[in-house]
Write a protein that binds this ligand. Structure first.
Ligand SMILES: [Zn+2]
Length: 414
């Protein structure tokens, strides 16, 4: 295992973090996470044919442009335009939606953000009331999509069984997103941590092998596909999807209630984190977030005195925190909203340098500083990537890793 300093604190699937996609705030990620209204979403029957995943690989706003195969695309007054060099790439029946004539390999963006993707490429203009943007969406067969996810989610040297377990979770997750969104949106997943990482076409052998070994295999419950959430590290105690993701009825299934007992990751040094924040900025960030997303319990928060977990799920993971302010008033906030707010981007404030990674935390105040210490990174639902790697190192198969993290799920080939 790497030492603490070598651990790449990538923006793993925090699920509740301030998510940025191509430099813009992903409002959908927030609203989905914050809503506590019961959402009745029917379970999803296992598809009989392979799914074509629609991955949003870029969103560009307000006069921004991007490069596709060396030419430029932009939206002017909500209407798509390309430079002449690439105009023949697309079928332009309408000026709000371009589709590539055929499946091909595309180079999107330039420099560090460049991504190479093989599939059909769609460009969608998105015009809502006060904003215009356009999305670049790649339509990629699911088995071809998975290696780019695995390469983005796991360390290249990790165990083949960790890769295989992750492949099944990522496949199940993508299928659920696809089925949920097919009639509602022009994309199923993004390529960042708000859904799952996707690096595009990759050569990583471990990633290709895992997709092949598990080809077509998904997690199922009662003939439906399990939305197989996963995160970097649960810190030892499992979260339930109902608490940590949303109250969707799709989450009312045993594989997403969390397993009993401590996970193998609980003793890992890499499962711990520290973060120091200015108390004043922290309070202002929470107030701003509360105003934007209508969380009255945080809007009236004044100077923070203490923060501590005060309610726990049946596995011992904090689900609610109490924040006491200088008027000694206690503000109760659910863990999901707390993490979203603590890591939110606020245009008037400097960006956060140290992430609050999970609700399993303690906090001490000294002067104007809040010092956090915690365990686990991410929402803690389903597969724990660090734990899966530990189990694989103990010769556990990918099937038994999945059975541990998604209790009672069945492992089936489509
Ligand atoms: Zn774990």
């Amino acid at each position: 295992m790497s030492t603490r300093n070598e651990i790449n604190r990538r923006e793993f699937v925090l699920g509740a973090s301030a998510v940025t996609v191509s430099g813009v705030l992903s409002a959908s990620a927030f609203t989905q996470i914050v809503s506590d209204k019961k959402q009745t979403i029917h379970p999803l029957t296992i598809p009989t044919e392979p799914v074509l995943v629609r991955v949003r690989v870029g969103r560009f706003r307000n006069g921004q442009r991007t490069t596709i195969n060396g030419g430029q695309v932009r939206a002017i007054d909500g209407v798509l335009q390309t430079t002449n060099s690439i105009k023949d790439l697309f079928n332009k029946d309408e000026d709000l939606h371009f589709v590539s004539h055929k499946k091909s390999t595309f180079t999107i963006g330039s420099g560090e953000k460049q991504k190479i993707v093989t599939g059909k490429l769609h460009v969608h203009a998105c015009n809502d009331n006060d904003d215009t943007a356009f999305d670049v969406v790649a339509h990629v067969p699911i088995e071809q999509y998975l290696p780019g996810v695995l390469a983005g989610e796991l360390y290249a040297h990790w165990h083949p069984d960790t890769f295989a377990a992750q492949a099944v979770a990522a496949r199940s997750y993508a299928i659920v997103q696809h089925l949920n969104r097919i009639d509602k949106s022009h994309f199923d997943v993004t390529d960042g941590p708000s859904s799952q990482m996707f690096l595009g076409d990759v050569t990583l052998e471990a990633a290709h092998n895992a997709a092949k070994v598990t080809q077509g295999v998904i997690l199922a419950w009662d003939s439906t596909v399990v939305p197989a959430y996963y995160s970097a590290c649960c810190g030892g105690r499992a979260a339930s999807a109902l608490d940590a993701i949303s109250t969707s009825t799709q989450h009312e299934i045993p594989p997403l209630f969390g397993r009993k007992g401590k996970d193998v990751c609980h003793s890992l040094e890499s499962a711990t984190w520290r973060a120091t924040r200015s108390s004043r900025m922290f309070r202002m960030r929470l107030n701003d977030y509360a105003k934007r997303f209508k969380i009255p319990e945080l809007e009236s928060l004044r100077s923070v005195r203490s923060i501590e977990p005060c309610e726990f799920n049946k596995h011992g993971r904090p689900t609610k925190l109490a924040i006491r302010d200088r008027r000694r008033k206690r503000h109760y906030v659910n863990a999901r909203n707390f993490l979203s707010a603590a890591n939110a981007s606020v245009s008037a404030l400097p960006s956060t340098t140290e992430t609050i990674w999970s609700s399993t935390l303690s906090c001490t105040k000294s002067g104007n500083e809040l010092s956090f210490e915690g365990r686990g990174m991410g929402h803690g639902v389903g597969l724990c990537q660090y734990g899966a790697q530990e189990l694989a190192g103990q010769n556990k198969s990918w099937e038994s890793i999945l059975q541990w993290y998604y209790p009672q799920a069945s492992i089936q080939a489509i």
